[in-house]
Design a protein around this ligand. Structure first.
Ligand SMILES: Cc1ncc(C[n+]2csc(CCOP(=O)(O)OP(=O)(O)O)c2C)c(N)n1
Length: 672
């Protein structure tokens, strides 16, 4: 393709965009891996966005009121790194660009939010960025409603490719954004008709503009290489009352021999072709070399927002100390001072009244006292509000007509909900929690994994956590989900036994700043097992001795959630037979594993037989049964080794052998 018309019509724009293209080519060449084509195709869009529209100050990447820029097609990470280097971001230096994809570099293969402040979210799994962006836009609306436009007034811009739009999660995100009329959300679709396997039409014939319009979006169709059209489209999108999708017709790997082919998607490393592409751009810089005038033009773009930031800072400084402190508190994820006392009061009340309730109802009790003192919480459910017990009286519903509403009806969209929650957490200022059935963790799992990877404290309220849900049957009864979640690094999985442990788990979830939380909660009623009030948060240690042996200690029963009361019953039966039995409640394996050895040894001493009890598969229990001074000949497990079945809950526990009697038999068997 002859680039002359593009080069000559807007020569200054062209040079700036060419800098992105050249850096992408050089970095991918040096790393001998990566994706050159997307940055080369979207460079014009990025240049106009950063030069004319994006509100940011390169010297302060975490300024609270910056526009958010999300690269959903994260394989094109060099686009982001080139931009950040060019505008003078303090973290993405030329050295970093040269070290693209190398050990220790901030310029990882795909953008990682925790490596540089200007990287808003981790992308790479296609579709996540656009779905996160819905959460970013929700967070902006909610915070603007709370703190006012003088403090919160920004947009969320997303670059997304064909892959992002083909992924199912994008559908959940798009329809939710349309319903919520998130007018500050602007998606630029890299409409290049290319994916890895070939042209898009080999797999997809969707009319994307029609799809977005059907979901309630404004759609603008442009030539993605024409800076005037790009500028006009962004201006129009900003004034729309709907979320906007700008369909940008682009050429992948523009100007390279691989342009418009799927080969152009990946690493373009052939030196002759690389040189030819640079020549076609009229690029005079050597490898990683940006001519001084072009670099300084980009740095001027990076400094463009400094005035706006200063003005914002002045408005912030003029606020009362209290208001400043509150804004800073929520943006940094701090908890209010009253949280500890509020949780303690609820624990005391629960210990005294010893209610027999499902832990999903316990969770609601906790939320009833937390939500009024934490205005930063935004709750929700994927169409199971009544079942997940996630809505409390004071919240109101988040809708275009009420941005102060703090409860979101996510619709039947578990994946979209999880990803949007991550977006809110990443934006800052919001503590998102949302519910579905534990079994549908599967539907939310890609975003749950990313919450853990990205180090964001999203709270997943997963109710109906075992065969204890009864008649809905095996499709709804989680069996392997606890194991899968516990296998995920940086994720705290709590399976509380009663209201007291649920309150403790919630307190820990809300104090977390870098680890997501899963609350595994029952549908069925459970007795209170923590009837003796203790000020200390025992759940924080992951496991603790709930009931000590009376006779000489011969057995330790380790249980979680609904099986803790069953363990207590088994203990009574064993003690009656003279077998001293300790019961350990283990609401959070991750936190117990993090305790020092002396504490773990105290809770799980060598010697007695050990039986784990949990209405789920055994995987993940080995450490507590066989490790930690345990021995195979002295360890057993009472749980599930198959899918469940449809029947009343009580009968299911009998049929699957998860009972006090089965536990007693197991202990006696092990004791020989
Ligand atoms: C969930 C997910 N599935 C698969 C991939 C692997 N993958 C990376 S890029 C890509 C093709 C994307 O096509 P498109 O969005 O059109 O990007 P372009 O070719 O225009 O750069 C695929 C399948 C991925 N990153 N994430």
């Amino acid at each position: 393709m002859d680039l002359t018309p593009l080069r000559t019509k807007h020569p200054e724009h062209w040079q700036k965009a060419a800098a992105i293209r050249a850096l992408a080519l050089d970095a991918v060449h040096a790393a001998n891996s990566g994706h050159s084509g997307m940055p080369m195709g979207m460079a014009d869009l990025a240049t106009v966005l950063f030069e004319k529209h994006l509100k940011f100050d390169a010297s302060a990447p975490d300024w609270a009121d910056r526009d958010r820029f999300i690269l959903s097609n994260g394989h094109g990470s060099m686009l982001l790194y080139a931009l950040l280097y060019l505008v003078g971001d303090p973290e993405i230096t030329l050295e970093e660009v040269k070290n693209f994809r190398q050990w220790g570099a901030k310029t990882a293969g795909h953008p990682e939010n925790f490596l540089a402040r200007a990287i808003e979210t981790t992308t790479g799994p296609l579709g996540q960025g656009i779905a996160n962006a819905v959460g970013f836009a929700i967070a902006e609306e909610a915070l603007r409603a709370r703190f006012g436009k003088r403090l919160v007034d920004h947009h969320t811009y997303v670059f997304a490719g064909d892959g992002c739009l083909m992924e199912g999660v994008s559908h959940e995100a798009i329809s939710l954004a349309g319903r919520q009329q998130l007018s500050r959300l602007i998606v630029l679709w890299d409409n290049n008709n290319i994916t890895i396997d070939g042209t898009v039409d080999i797999a997809d014939a969707t009319d994307q503009p029609a799809r977005f319009r059907a979901a309630g979006w404004e759609v603008i169709e442009i030539d993605g290489h024409d800076p005037e059209q790009i500028d006009a489209a962004l201006t129009k999108a900003k004034s729309s009352s709907q979320p906007s999708m700008i369909a940008c017709k682009t050429h992948i790997a523009l100007g390279h021999a691989a342009q418009d082919t799927s080969k152009g998607h990946g690493a373009l490393t052939d030196p002759d072709q690389l040189a030819a592409a640079k020549a076609a751009y009229g690029w005079i810089g050597g490898p990683f070399e940006v001519p001084a005038d072009i670099k300084s033009a980009w740095e001027a773009i990076g400094a463009r927002g400094a005035e706006a930031r200063k003005a914002w800072q002045e408005r912030f400084d003029a606020l009362t100390d209290r208001r400043q402190a509150e804004f800073t508190r929520v943006m940094t994820g701090g908890v209010p001072k009253q949280l500890a006392g509020t949780i303690r009061a609820l624990k005391k009340q629960a210990a005294e009244n010893a209610p027999k309730v499902a832990t999903r109802a316990s969770s609601e009790m906790v939320l009833e006292v937390i939500n009024p003192i934490m205005p930063e919480t935004i709750g929700g459910s994927a169409d199971l509000t009544g079942s997940n017990n996630t809505k409390t009286g004071d919240l109101g519903i988040f809708l275009p007509e009420d941005r102060k509403g703090r409860y979101i009806h996510y619709g039947v969209r578990e994946h979209g909900m999880a990803s949007a929650m991550n977006g809110m957490a990443l934006h800052g200022g919001i503590r998102p929690y949302g519910g579905t059935f534990m079994c549908f963790t599967d539907y939310a799992r890609p975003s749950m994994r990313l919450a853990a990877l990205m180090k964001v404290p999203t709270v997943f309220v997963m109710t109906h956590d075992s065969i204890g849900l009864g008649e809905d049957g095996p499709t709804h009864q989680p069996v392997e989900h606890l194991a899968m979640l516990r296998a995920t690094p940086n994720m705290n999985v709590f399976r509380p036994a009663d209201t007291v442990e649920t309150a403790e788990a919630w307190e820990l979830a809300l104090q977390s700043t870098e680890t997501p939380t899963v609350l595994s909660l029952t549908r069925q009623g459970l007795p209170t097992v923590r009837t003796e009030y203790k000020q200390k948060n025992l759940t924080a240690q992951g496991a603790y001795v709930l009931a000590e042996a009376q006779n000489k200690r011969q057995a330790i029963l380790i249980a979680t959630g609904s099986e803790v009361s069953l363990a207590l019953k088994a203990r009574e039966m064993l003690e009656a037979d003279g077998i001293g039995t300790r019961v350990v409640s283990m609401p959070c394996m991750e936190l117990f594993a993090a305790q020092d050895e002396s504490y773990r040894r105290k809770v799980l001493p060598a010697g007695p037989v050990r039986v784990g009890i949990e209405a789920a598969v055994q995987q993940g229990w080995e450490r507590w049964l066989l490790g930690e001074r345990g021995r195979e000949a002295k360890a057993g497990f009472v749980g599930m080794d198959s899918f469940g079945a449809s029947a009343p809950a009580g009968e299911l526990f009998e049929k699957f052998g998860i009972t006090a009697e089965a536990t007693v038999a197991k202990v006696k068997d092990l004791l020989g």
